[in-house]
Design a binder for this molecule. Structure first.
Ligand code: ADP
Ligand code: MG
Length: 390
């Protein structure tokens, strides 16, 4: 990576503003899944061990520019203190005189967590004065929030105008794995795309088709391709607007595209619905495709055999319902067993890999949903662009 990280700068006795991605799911006022907090620990522990004082900031949910009590960082602070095994001082704002005073008093080893940056409309507007006030708290800015790096907000981009700016270890790992897939993937390079909608992922499909040797399509996304092939897909989720795109992709990609050879259909969008396995052109009127079929699983598996690089984004079925999760979990297991660089992008796909207990057997499970997609599209992420070059 040609971007500077915390390793490349002096941090001892410095106040360091760290943008983390603590946008975690909450349940009944507590952190329901602390994966993102854990993902920041290597950077935070490194900085603490090297004598820095930490001022952490993140957004949480969508408070729309005002203070929303349900979206306070309090539960995050509690969980972080447990994980760091040291006190975390949670402040009630992310700018202002009280925050400035608290920052001035810090000593090496202290940890402050600022309040939700999105409580201020200036965060998303990337307001320069707001960014300057947040930056004034510290002497160095570290961005470790890969998951927010596709947004040019005050805490991801604006503050970099006023402080030396480097990446954290999570940012470094994301850029290393995703960067290698984009810039110099080892071939055969096979991509797998699923999920709900094509329209979110047209850019990714096009850029992947330019690079990979084969593109396997499953999930709701496959339905629109089936429809574009003239199949009647019943009540399956499809996107009318994306039909022309699907048609032209089918034509231009030819045999590079691999679609399911059979599908699981159901008479209702319900785990307990009646199900059948049929060919994609045999969907019963009023039924819907909710998973890839049992013949497609070995078809995909053999398409993946011998691959050196695999990128997977989007579940192959409605994996939230156990009866339609088979394809997604079978794919996760296939990837876990392969001797290839395996990269998982997308929030739901990452959740499926977590659920399957296979995170440790993938090369890299990205913490960034939208950010990983934009990166794979070949876009420059604003939160990455501001990191200083080596
Ligand atoms: P990711 O977050 O990994 O990028 P997406 O958000 O694009 O993935 O898609 C995930 C959603 O796609 C899941 O909620 C899943 O239920 C849904 N999905 C997958 N296959 C189908 C299908 N055949 N019909 C309807 N929804 C589907
Ligand atoms: Mg998703």
């Amino acid at each position: 990576m040609n971007k500077k990280t915390v390793r490349d700068v002096a941090v001892r006795d410095k106040r360091v503003l760290v943008r983390v991605d603590f946008n975690v799911p909450l349940k009944e006022g507590a952190v329901a899944d602390d994966t993102r907090i854990r993902a920041a620990l290597p950077t935070l522990n490194y900085l603490l061990e090297h004598g820095a004082a930490l001022i952490l900031c993140s957004h949480l949910g969508r408070p729309k520019g005002k203070a929303v009590p349900e979206l306070t960082m309090d539960p995050v602070a509690a969980r972080l203190a447990d994980l760091l095994k040291r006190p975390v001082i949670k402040l009630d704002d992310c700018v202002g005189p009280e925050v400035e005073q608290a920052a001035q008093k810090m000593r090496p080893g202290d940890v402050i967590l600022l309040e939700n940056t999105r409580f201020h409309p200036e965060e998303k507007a990337n307001d320069p004065d707001f960014a300057r006030r947040m930056a004034s708290l510290a002497e160095l800015y570290v961005n470790d929030a890969f998951g927010a790096a596709h947004r040019a907000h005050a805490s991801t981009v604006g503050v970099a105008q006023y402080l030396p700016t480097v990446g954290g270890f999570l940012m470094e790992k994301e850029l290393e794995f995703l960067g290698k897939a984009v810039e110099e993937p080892e071939h055969p390079y096979i991509a797998i795309l699923g999920g709900a909608k094509i329209s979110d992922k047209i850019g990714v499909i096009e850029s992947l088709l330019g690079q990979c040797d084969r593109l396997l399509i499953g999930g709701g996304m496959a339905n629109t391709f089936f429809k574009a092939m003239g199949f009647d897909v019943g009540d399956s989720l499809i996107e009318e607007d994306a039909l022309p795109t699907a048609q032209s992709l089918l034509k231009s990609a030819g045999s590079q595209l691999v679609l399911p050879v059979d599908v699981v259909i159901a008479d209702a969008f319900d785990n307990e619905a009646d199900t059948r396995v049929v060919a994609p052109n045999e969907v019963i009127a009023g039924w819907r495709i909710l998973d890839i079929g049992p013949k497609t699983i070995p078809t995909f598996k053999s398409a993946l055999t011998g691959a050196r690089t695999i990128v997977w984004n989007g579940p192959l079925g409605v994996f939230e319902m156990p009866n339609f999760a088979r394809g997604t979990f079978a794919l996760a297991e296939t990837l876990a067993d392969l001797n290839a660089v395996t990269i998982i992008g997308g929030g739901d796909s990452a959740a499926a890999v977590h659920q399957a207990g296979l995170v440790d057997r993938m090369s890299h499970v990205s913490t960034g949903g939208g950010a990983s997609l934009e990166f794979l599209e070949g876009k420059t992420l604003p939160g990455v662009a501001v990191l200083e070059d080596k």
